[in-house]
Design a protein around this ligand. Structure first.
Ligand code: ADP
Ligand code: MG
Length: 233
């Protein structure tokens, strides 16, 4: 069974009297363990697609099945639960709490999960995650004391805390120099290969997209190429 299955997915944003068509019929499947990169120019619908996959927004038309379950019709509360349990997010701007140590930033998702873990257990898990991303020696630093690449590692550790089925990343190297971008992309590769984590990563840069095991190209809200297909449409 596919982990993600979307059929004729459409998204239209209402802008006054006119509608902006951001997605115009996306059909694709993603299997567990794939490292998918979505590439395309600005405005091609990449972020809209990620918001729908991440249950941050609903499609206007079409179906979205996550682990075989149609999530496009769920209530806001149900969507919030799916987000917390199934999805880890990484953004361009890191989105860390500034007056909170790296370790406490990583621990945050555990405070909102359904499981009530002891303080000691939470510490153990967050220390484990921060070591996975290679920042064990920076656990007690504040975000302002970390480089951009280190801050993004903290954000990745935080995204892993609830053992998500999917890691979604929207332009995660957008604020990083090219050397640091390579390090971050190698970390995503390591997580995907080593833990079988499914990654969907959005970028407008072809060199970044090449780190994926599969690349899907968007133009004007449509898939124009998919490296998993034998023939390009
Ligand atoms: P990308 O991430 O590839 O740059 P987006 O998904 O952000 O593309 O945007 C796709 C299209 O939808 C663009 O034309 C954009 O202006 C429009 N759009 C995105 N978000 C909104 C919104 N909240 N309201 C209205 N239009 C939007
Ligand atoms: Mg975008």
């Amino acid at each position: 069974m596919s982990l993600i299955s979307v059929r004729e997915l459409e998204k239209t944003y209402a802008m006054g009297d006119v509608g902006v068509s951001a997605l115009r019929g996306i059909t694709l499947d993603i299997d567990p363990g794939e490292f998918v990169t979505v590439v395309g120019p600005s405005g091609s619908g990449k972020s809209t697609f990620m918001h729908i996959l991440g249950c941050l927004d609903r499609p206007t038309k079409g179906a979205y099945l996550l682990e075989g379950r149609d999530v496009s019709q769920l209530s806001s509360d149900e969507l919030a639960w799916v987000r917390n349990q199934k999805i880890g997010f990484v953004f361009q701007s890191f989105n860390l709490l500034p007056r909170t140590s790296a370790l406490d930033n990583v621990e945050l998702p555990l405070l909102y999960g359904p499981e009530k873990l002891s303080r000691a257990k939470r510490r153990e898990k967050s220390l484990g995650a921060i070591e996975v991303v290679g920042l064990g020696n920076r656990a007690h630093h504040y975000p302002s004391q970390l480089s951009g690449g280190q801050q993004q590692r903290v954000a990745i550790a935080r995204a892993l805390m609830n053992s998500p089925a999917i890691l979604l990343a929207d332009e995660p190297t957008g604020n990083l120099d090219s050397n640091t971008s390579v390090e971050i992309m190698e970390l995503f590769q390591r997580l995907s290969r080593g833990r079988g984590l499914t990654v969907v990563l959005i970028t407008h840069e072809r060199v970044i997209a090449d780190y994926g095991t599969r690349t899907i190209e968007f133009t004007d809200g449509l898939v124009v190429a998919d490296s998993s297909m034998a023939t390009v449409q």
